[in-house]
Design a protein around this ligand. Sequence first.
Ligand SMILES: *Cc1c(COP(=O)(O)O)cnc(C)c1O
Length: 396
Amino acid sequence: MPGFEIFSDEERKEVNDVIQTGVLFRYGFDHARDGHWKAKTFEKEFSQRIGSKYCYLCSSGTAALTIALASCGIGAGDEVIVPPFTFIATIEAVLNLGAVPVFSEIDDTLCLDPYALSNAITDRTRAVLPVHMCGSMAKIDLIKNFCDKKGLKLIEDACQSIGGSFKGKSLGCFGNMGCFSFDPVKTITCGEGGAVVTDDENLYRIADSYADHGHDHIGDDRGKETHPILGSNYRISELNAAVGLAQLRKLNEILIKQKSHKRVLKEALNNCPHISFREIPDPEGDSATFLSFFLPDEQTARKAIERLNQEGVDGCFYWYDNNWHYFRQWDHLKKLSFAARPPIMLLDNPPDYAKVSLAQSDKVIGRTISMLIKLAWNNEDIELRGEKMVRVFNSL
Ligand SMILES: *Cc1c(COP(=O)(O)O)cnc(C)c1O
């Protein structure tokens, strides 16, 4: 997740354009902005890049998820099937709309297991929200089939898999809507930012209004616009959009580098004892931001992460103990610790997350270690890293 590694003159130029005009707002001021429309331009170029008809650039990935869920009509009491391995933002977005996250197991893809979904479905299920974690994809074709068959909305969280694809189609383009994040540590960054994409004009119109207090964005006088719905403010500033625009134009270069680094590293580890690699349904479409691998069991995984740290192999994550990416450590969710009484407390049977058991997912994440692929590595760095890792795995 390295966009920030390569800030340069391109980002500075785009930001300067905005500072020069003084128009930091993404709408209106047509004359003063001197032809600079950073958010609008980003939306056009991002749509083209990933092959979606519409894109709305917003203030964060969390905002994108909120906008997508609301636009798809997900609200009070509606159940949304989610994975226990994600960033907590996915779950917060569902809860803050008054909807109910229902956890379903993940498989060796580190994403929702399509074959487990039917266990999570009830007569209140309205949507499935798979998360393409750590740069690679869920079995999105099977998940989409399931949603189509059951008449459920499909919303993809592709925040960590910008530029990834499955069988030639970009991740985020399989569902009714797809969500992206451009926060400071994502593959490309706006500083803070996110996007929703869709091929459905009606969903796009709702998203476009909902993200800006219901404005219809018709005509050239903001004060005279009508407001078909109430919304909120999930707008991005032109400054953030400007950074993102420069970054977007570097996406292909980033992906090529990540894939190359990952390929070399994976080859170095090929004959290592004890490890196997995460299942990737379409290796061609891997965005390669992470290398994720399995140890035989939890105990060996713990030993491995400890020795990797000792050897100075940085950027390794053992998610099972991590308190913001895996369900096991989400004590605030299990206690329903909110700033104020959440809408789900009004339900007849509010969920009790402390009682949720996810044995299959525990088994997967307990054995998983992920390593960040960095753009800055040179051949020597990768070789040395490979050697250290081989040493660690041989010692287990
Ligand atoms: C980063 C991330 C988000 C949220 O994005 P923000 O821009 O930080 O709000 C949501 N889901 C996943 C899987 C993420 O990694």
